[in-house]
Design a protein around this ligand. Structure first.
Ligand SMILES: *[C@@H]1O[C@H](CO)[C@@H](O)[C@H](O)[C@H]1NC(C)=O
Ligand SMILES: *[C@@H]1O[C@H](CO)[C@@H](O)[C@H](O)[C@H]1NC(C)=O
Ligand SMILES: *[C@@H]1O[C@H](CO)[C@@H](O)[C@H](O)[C@H]1NC(C)=O
Ligand SMILES: *[C@@H]1O[C@H](CO)[C@@H](O)[C@H](O)[C@H]1NC(C)=O
Ligand SMILES: *[C@@H]1O[C@H](CO)[C@@H](O)[C@H](O)[C@H]1NC(C)=O
Ligand SMILES: *[C@@H]1O[C@H](CO)[C@@H](O)[C@H](O)[C@H]1NC(C)=O
Ligand SMILES: *[C@@H]1O[C@H](CO)[C@@H](O)[C@H](O)[C@H]1NC(C)=O
Length: 496
């Protein structure tokens, strides 16, 4: 999942509109032309490389075998423009083929999620045996091929814990809170005027703080359950996932530099300070005042250190401009409390794509290293977006990955405790906010084909070559991949 959120609802609308009008930023750091040769052998031996998907975006079979609608089904169906995940990639039926593709590609690990309304259709109460069977089938198929399993979202320790090595309690917890309860652009779409987009109910000034607080307590309680009942037996790990930009001051004025720190404290510190230090950042307490719940000493102790690792979804670097004027208003949402404006630079970025600023990856990882005592980190999502209808010759995805994996290596070499990298996404899938227009996949899925056939993009060959130990630099390996793509196409077309 990929989400953007920013300083004000209006800018957000603009950004969402601009998703389709991007262009390529002059690259710095690890661009295709400047990257030194590196290979996966330059990473520590246990560093994990994988790729991911999420249940609603890939499974399909939305009404099959007892699954009931989740809030995502409801929202997707209420907005025609969003498309929906009724069929998606039909991984529910094609999981064996997809696991085969993962193995061929050379992934160490697969990061996926469980559809709760498939596993526990009534929200509480009995487990759906067909749902249980599906996830057991998928997991067993992966295990049979030696793939390490990663899992996001709460919490099926008992049923799957013996085979899943890493658990994530909540995915993009900061986006869940801001998107769902302040700006109202994602389920359950709550907000209150003048904040967010025409929500029918909600309270943008107070709910985000309450929900964030409850997410942290729920996270801590799931971690406690796992650690006391399952960890000793299953030897797995558990953590929280956050969406993170790299933020740099727009100018070197004290105001913009302070605003950048404040923005980090709101986007990241709001969640990670409690995990690492047991309490919210001072600036969040100060600006949110009585709207911010406080931790009792017991809660603080429960939340503090409730992680084995922190997962990050990182895609973009933004500039930050001071906006302390927003503090003059009595009625403030989180964005107004943050008092900073986040600015994308889409100059010369090709339509549908992200700017390529790999140095942001090292920036984020260094920030966690220096500010939070170098916790174990995983890059849970990173990858380039392109229009789904563009060619399989996705050189900008290769350029992006080459840069960001290189920048991850730079961070590791400078002491960051980063232990893995997951490309988003393995397949082109139903994109929650871009419908079927934008894609992140290494494999193209032909959504017009009733059989939903998968085709490797050039990036699939690039990543595969990297995973299998080949050196990655410039266009090395790509020529070979082009030949492969042509051969593959000819083979698959002549066999039809
Ligand atoms: C939102 O919650 C705050 C704090 O409880 C309250 O003062 C305010 O009236 C509420 N606003 C709306 C729109 O309900
Ligand atoms: C701010 O200072 C840093 C460090 O000296 C420099 O790298 C950066 O380019 C400056 N930023 C601006 C916008 O001048
Ligand atoms: C590809 O999709 C984008 C977004 O929907 C659209 O703007 C563009 O015209 C399409 N291009 C082609 C060649 O169909
Ligand atoms: C792929 O794209 C690159 C750059 O956009 C171009 O140089 C190359 O010729 C393309 N290859 C094919 C097979 O279309
Ligand atoms: C490397 O780590 C040191 C020590 O934490 C830090 O001072 C330095 O800024 C880091 N270098 C980069 C390029 O981030
Ligand atoms: C995207 O979804 C729309 C609406 O569901 C559908 O009409 C269109 O054919 C789809 N496009 C592709 C490329 O699958
Ligand atoms: C990768 O590059 C390094 C440094 O240039 C070289 O020593 C090594 O042999 C290369 N490995 C492969 C598999 O090509």
């Amino acid at each position: 999942m990929m989400v953007l959120f920013t300083d004000s609802p209006r800018t957000l609308v603009l950004l969402v509109a601009m998703l389709f009008l991007l262009s390529l930023l002059a690259e710095n750091g690890h661009g295709v032309l400047t990257t030194p040769t590196y290979s996966r052998n330059d990473f520590p031996p246990h560093f994990v490389f994988g790729s991911g998907t999420s249940a609603y975006q890939v499974e399909g079979a939305a009404a099959e075998d007892g699954r009931t609608p989740s809030i995502w089904d409801t929202v997707a169906h209420s907005k025609k423009s969003m498309g929906n995940g009724d069929i998606a990639c039909d991984e529910y039926h094609k999981y064996k083929d997809d696991v085969r593709l993962m193995v061929d590609t050379g992934l160490d690990a697969y990061r996926f999620s469980i559809s709760w309304s498939r596993l526990i259709p009534n929200g509480r109460g009995p487990v759906n045996p067909k749902g249980l069977q599906y996830y057991n089938n998928l997991i067993n198929e992966l295990v049979r091929h030696g793939t390490i399993l990663w899992h996001m979202q709460m919490c099926a320790f008992r049923e799957f814990g013996d085979r899943v090595s890493h658990w994530t309690t909540v995915n993009e917890v900061n986006v869940l809170v801001l998107g769902g309860y302040d700006l109202g652009f994602s389920p359950p779409m709550r907000c209150s005027s003048p904040f967010g987009f025409d929500c029918t109910s909600g309270n943008s000034t107070s709910e985000p703080y309450t929900v964030a607080h409850n997410c942290l307590l729920a996270h801590a309680s799931a971690v406690r359950l796992y650690k006391t009942k399952y960890q000793a037996k299953h030897h797995g790990f558990i953590g929280l996932n956050l969406f993170s930009y790299w933020l740099i001051p727009l100018t070197n004025t004290t105001e913009d530099i302070t605003a950048t720190q404040r923005a980090n404290d709101f986007y990241v510190g709001w969640f990670i300070n409690p995990l690492v230090f047991g309490d919210y950042p001072d600036v969040v307490k100060r600006n949110a005042g009585s709207r911010l719940p406080s931790f009792t000493r017991y809660e603080s102790r429960q939340v503090k250190s409730s992680y084995d690792f922190i997962g990050l979804n990182h895609y973009n670097t933004l500039h930050v401009k001071d906006n302390t004027d927003s503090l003059n208003s009595d009625r403030r949402d989180v964005i107004a409390d943050m008092a900073a404006t986040l600015i994308f630079n889409w100059d010369e970025v090709p339509a549908g794509e992200f700017p390529i600023t790999p140095s942001g990856m090292q920036g984020v990882l260094e920030y966690f290293k220096q500010k939070y005592g170098n916790p174990p980190m995983f890059i849970h999502e990173n990858g380039q977006r392109t229009f789904h209808n563009t060619s399989l010759n996705d050189t900008s995805r290769i350029k992006y990955l080459n840069g960001y994996i290189g920048s991850t290596l730079d961070a590791v070499r400078n002491g960051s405790n980063t232990r893995g990298f997951f490309h988003w996404s393995f397949l082109d899938l139903y994109e929650l906010f871009g419908g079927n227009k934008s894609s992140y996949g290494l494999y193209f899925v032909d959504f017009k084909d009733p059989d939903l056939k998968r085709y490797p993009k050039l990036s699939a060959y690039w990543y595969s070559k990297f995973l299998k130990g080949g050196n990655i630099s410039n266009n090395q390996g790509v020529t070979e991949a082009k030949t492969n793509i042509h051969t593959w196409f000819e083979a698959s077309h002549s066999s039809q």
